[in-house]
Design a protein around this ligand. Structure first.
Ligand code: ADP
Ligand code: MG
Length: 571
């Protein structure tokens, strides 16, 4: 075939493919236009998974009737004039492609009335062909109706999923925007059924309640709106006990634009490290605002990816803010700290938990208050062991009731933090084996070990490749000296096989968590009173004493009030 210039309608269909991949991409572009127009209410109606009808109504500023024909042209926009504007962009749109693209792969009707005009205008685009515009009577705002999407692009049409799947993508998307713009009322109707309504009252938590339900919304931890010049980060994050089995509920908005960025997910997961069970993911809605010149939004036609000028800094700030909020709030099941409870000060006497607590604080310089009036929410109260129960739990007394501590989970946490500290300080202790042991693995297991060898060895193992699927173990972490080296390595491998491929940055911690699970005291193991006390003291010293490295609780609390209520001593 000789080289030839493609006819305009084919060229525009090809270009449209980048912007309009499926019904939800149409919804996204129309939503963004409605938001850019300053709407306070946006109604969306979908029929047949978006294949049949996508209709978006807004009450925004509208399009002047003299410009309505231009609006559907390619590269026609009111949002950008010079290339410099691109680096100071405040609007969601700027490429001037959406309406043209949608019009080239559907039958599109655009009705709009500008806020300063008495009447509106209507224009129809079918398969890229625009008919003359006509005046119409309509309220201020814009309505776009998209029918028969991809009727002229069978290849695209074929790739669409079931109505149900396309509907889910659409409601997912609308939910996201509803979260980013809690001041706008969003409604979504699919096949006549109302799927979503937000109140537009302006609170993120309320918008969340409209989407995830009140129960979940009420548990979310609010990130105090903080200035980390030049970034501003706000939003809601789930406590470690509220998780999902996939990453889908990690939602990020950069300057009000929903973006999918693997790097941001990694930063969030790092902040949650060791607080979640393996394979569990938090719910997070983050609004990140930064000067437009700090971020490039023109990476992809769908504008769903961004590039940061200083990515490391953004991730670092995010991690710190989230980690701080989490550590400040990690709850113990059934646990509530009394507000402003005061404790008498005194010298430490055996068994006196109150003064013991403050004698540890007493090592700090004089000018710090000797008596704290409230307990730090993240730490744990000083506990006194009363004994062991069922050779599995420690029973302990605390300032406000009884605690049951899972000895295995607690010890796992203690070992894990010790180990990670040692790793970070480069002083992990390993014990050489008198005679090296060999371990034979399946080919896929061997691949796993080879891939993770550096991480495994940085934790105190000394494992080397000995054959295709054979490895030689020369040393193990001291923590694991009491179990069979082959068994220790085997455990790691088996657990890695079960996991979804963890993020590279999580691998080390994952291994450490495994190792500690192996090394920790077991349920059913008898502990002497000294061992019990030691475990409690070690747990107190932990950064996150309330969960094991896999995110399970280490302790359960029975408050004095709860006991008194049970015994009928209280109202
Ligand atoms: P872009 O949003 O990138 O500018 P679009 O093709 O999506 O490109 O829209 C073209 C132009 O049409 C916009 O710049 C805007 O002026 C106008 N427009 C589109 N949708 C709306 C709307 N809902 N309300 C007001 N104006 C709109
Ligand atoms: Mg647009």
């Amino acid at each position: 075939m000789p080289i030839h210039i493609l006819p305009p309608h084919i060229a525009s269909q090809i270009a449209a493919g980048e912007v309009v991949e499926r019904p939800s991409s149409v919804v996204k572009e129309l939503l963004e236009n409605a938001i850019d127009a300053g709407s306070s209410r946006i109604d969306i109606q979908i029929e047949g998974g978006g294949r049949e009808i996508i209709e978006v109504n807004d009450d925004g500023a509208g399009i002047p009737s003299s410009e309505i024909l231009l609006a559907v042209e390619r590269y026609a926009t009111s949002k950008l004039e010079t290339i410099e504007d691109l680096f100071a962009i405040q609007s969601l749109g700027f490429r001037g492609e959406a309406l043209a693209s949608i019009g080239s792969v559907s039958r599109m009707e655009l009705l709009s009335r500008h806020k300063d005009e008495k009447a509106g205008a209507r224009v129809v685009v079918e398969g890229g062909k625009t008919s003359p515009s006509k005046p119409v009577g309509c309220p201020i705002g814009t309505r776009v109706v998209v029918r028969d999407l991809f009727h002229n692009v069978p290849a695209r049409y074929k790739f669409l999923k079931t109505d149900q799947t396309e509907n889910r993508r659409i409601s997912d998307l609308v939910s996201r925007y509803a979260l980013a713009y809690p001041r706008i009322v969003f409604t979504l109707t699919q096949d006549g059924k109302q799927k979503l309504v937000t109140t537009g009252q302006g609170s993120l938590r309320e918008a969340m309640a409209g989407i995830y339900g009140y129960e979940i919304a009420s548990q979310m931890i609010e990130l105090a709106e903080q200035q980390h010049a030049p970034f501003q980060v706000g939003g809601l994050i789930s406590p470690s006990g509220l998780t999902r089995s996939n990453r889908r509920e990690l939602t990020f908005f950069i300057n009000g634009r929903w973006v999918q960025d693997a790097g941001l997910s990694v930063a969030v997961m790092q902040a949650y490290r060791s607080l979640l069970m393996v394979g569990r993911f938090p719910l997070v809605v983050l609004n990140i605002d930064l000067p437009p010149d700090e971020v490039d939004v023109n990476v992809h036609p769908t504008k769903a990816e961004v590039r940061f000028k200083d990515q490391k800094k953004v991730f670092g700030v995010l991690q710190r803010i989230i980690r701080a909020a989490l550590v400040g709030q990690a709850p113990t099941p059934g646990f509530s700290f009394p507000n402003n409870q005061t404790f008498p000060s005194g010298n430490r006497t055996e068994g006196d938990w109150v003064s013991a607590r403050f004698s540890t604080a007493g090592t700090s310089p004089k000018y710090e208050p000797a008596v704290q009036t409230s307990l730090p929410a993240a730490g744990m109260p000083l506990l006194r062991s009363l004994g062991q129960f069922g050779t599995t739990y420690l029973v302990a007394e605390g300032p406000d009731g009884l605690y049951l501590i899972d000895q295995h989970a607690a010890h796992e946490r203690v070992l894990f933090e010790k180990m990670m500290k040692a790793v970070h300080e480069g002083r992990i202790e390993s014990q050489n084996l008198l005679t090296a042991e060999t371990i034979e693995l399946t080919t896929s297991q061997a691949d796993i070990v080879r891939e993770k060898l550096d991480a495994i060895n940085s934790l105190g193992f000394q494992v080397e490749v000995f054959g295709d699927a054979t490895f030689r173990i020369r040393a193990v972490p001291v923590l694991l000296a009491h179990i069979s080296p082959v068994r220790a390595v085997q455990t790691l491998v088996e657990e890695f096989e079960e996991d979804e491929t963890p993020l590279q940055a999580e691998v080390e911690e994952l291994i450490a968590a495994r190792v500690c699970k192996r090394g920790a005291v077991k349920a059913g193991q008898v502990l002497s009173l000294e061992e019990q006390e030691k475990l409690l003291r070690d747990l107190e010293a932990c950064e996150n004493p309330r969960t094991c490295p896999h995110g399970r609780p280490t302790m359960i609390h029975l408050s004095v009030q709860a006991l008194e209520r049970q015994f009928g001593r209280l109202g």
